[in-house]
Every structure is written in structure tokens, then in C-alpha cells.
Design a binder for this molecule. Structure first.
Ligand SMILES: *Cc1c(COP(=O)(O)O)cnc(C)c1O
Length: 236
């Protein structure tokens, strides 16, 4: 990978870090409360693997097959990388995906949650997950159905291998300030679940904020932000 790609990525990262730090300062939060996930879906494995070298170890992919491909190509150079699946997981892809990820952000039904539990038990793994919520209310977006959320507290005591650790959402692409109500809805839902679920499912995380709106998301309590475009823009 040429040095100009690395240089540009490094510059972008510095700009993003400054914006994260400012958003944390404005909202009285600590930088260490927010984990930056670099979303690598639009770039090569080679380019993605410059990130750990620059101090970014959390990488995200939205398609299981692409995650399989990148992890397969990574080898030794990916030491320390933690992969997050941030997009839809079909049940027939759970078996192959589980060993590769440290977090799944996009559980959108009880049926999927229970299928992950069964496979994680088989593989003797524990996997932290987030429930994807359609907090913006857009018809085109998937999300964990409200009626199933209401059943969650009766289901989670039976989950021994999957831990429900928080919620994830995507805001509508619009003026970032207009995304604030969506992020607030997610935070309020998180607060409700946190008080309802047992300790094994410490539902404390909020995965929200993308290139367009991450500063607002941080102000509203994001613990994971998922950034693609703003990191890779202009990288040759
Ligand atoms: C692509 C993607 C992102 C990153 O979006 P950018 O606008 O490129 O920052 C975040 N979350 C999900 C689920 C994505 O698919």
C-alpha cells in the first residue's frame, strides 16, 4: 500500500479524532466512552488493514460474505483487529460468521437472537449483540419489532451464550441536527431495557452515528460510532 494512502488516511483520522474529542467535551463525556468502528465495506482488505497500524482496531462490515472474505485475506497482519458485523445476518450464515466477530450489531428479531444463542452454545462461545431498532420510523428500514421487544425480558434469562448488550440504529440521511430525536428515542429505549433486563444482559451500549451525524450521536450518548466515508474520503 503506497505511502500517500496511508498519509491521507492518517490525516482523515486526525480530523475525525478532533471532532470526536470536541463532541465529547461539549457533552461532558470521556473519549474512552466512545469506540470508533471503521466501516471498511467500500475499501480493500489491504487498505482496511492500514487502520490497526494507525491505532484503530475495531473494524466493521455490513455483509457477512464480505466479512468472511476480508478476514480470510487478513492473516497475521490483522493481529488485534476486532470485527463487528453491522448489517443483516441471515440464519444460514451464523455458523461461519460467529468465530470471526467480537460483536453483532444488527439482531433484528427474536428468532435470529435465538438462532445465534443455539449456534453459540454449539460452538461454546459467548457473543455480545445489539438489537437493531428502526428508531427513525422510516418504512424502508428493518428493526426489531416492538412486540418482540416487549417479550425480551422473558426470553433473556434463557440466553446463556448471547448477551444483549445494547441497541443500534441508523438515522435518516438528512441534516444531522434532525437526527437528534432518533438518537434520543434509542437512548430512552436503552434506559428502559437497562432497568428491565438482568445483569448478564447489561444493555448499556448505543451504536449510533455515521459519517453524516456522529457528533450529534456522541452528544446523545453513543458508545459505538460507525464511520466509513469520512475516514476513507480522498484516500487513493
Ligand atoms: C456503511 C455503514 C456505515 C458507515 O456509513 P458512512 O456514512 O460511510 O460513515 C455505518 N453503519 C452501517 C450499518 C453501514 O452499513
Amino acid at each position: 500500500m503506497n505511502t500517500s494512502a496511508r498519509q491521507r488516511l492518517n490525516d482523515n483520522l486526525a480530523g475525525v479524532e478532533e471532532r470526536i474529542a470536541n463532541a465529547c467535551a461539549r457533552s461532558g463525556r470521556s473519549r474512552s466512552d466512545v469506540t470508533l468502528i471503521a466501516v471498511t465495506k467500500t475499501v480493500s482488505t489491504e487498505l482496511a488493514l492500514l487502520l490497526p497500524d494507525l491505532g484503530v482496531f475495531h473494524l466493521g462490515e455490513n455483509r457477512p460474505q464480505e466479512l468472511w472474505r476480508k478476514t480470510g485475506e487478513s492473516g497475521e497482519s490483522a493481529t488485534g483487529v476486532r470485527w463487528h458485523l453491522i448489517g443483516h445476518l441471515q440464519r444460514n450464515k451464523i455458523e461461519r460468521t460467529l468465530p470471526l466477530v467480537t460483536w453483532i450489531h444488527s439482531v433484528d428479531s427474536l428468532r435470529l437472537l435465538q438462532a445465534i444463542e443455539a449456534e453459540a452454545a454449539k460452538q461454546k462461545r459467548t457473543v455480545p449483540v445489539l438489537l437493531e431498532i428502526n428508531a427513525s420510523g422510516e418504512a424502508s428500514k428493518q428493526g426489531f419489532p416492538g412486540v418482540e421487544l416487549d417479550q425480551l425480558a422473558t426470553v433473556t434469562p434463557g440466553l446463556k451464550h448471547v448477551q444483549v448488550r445494547g441497541l443500534m440504529t441508523m438515522a435518516a440521511l438528512q441534516n444531522p441536527e434532525k437526527c437528534r430525536p432518533t438518537f434520543r428515542v434509542l437512548r430512552e429505549m436503552r434506559d428502559t431495557l437497562l432497568s428491565k433486563l438482568s445483569d448478564a444482559h447489561r444493555c448499556e451500549h448505543l451504536s449510533m452515528g455515521m459519517s453524516n451525524d456522529f457528533e450529534i450521536a456522541i452528544e446523545e450518548g453513543a458508545t459505538f460510532i460507525r464511520l466509513g466515508a469520512v475516514l476513507f474520503e480522498g484516500v487513493p
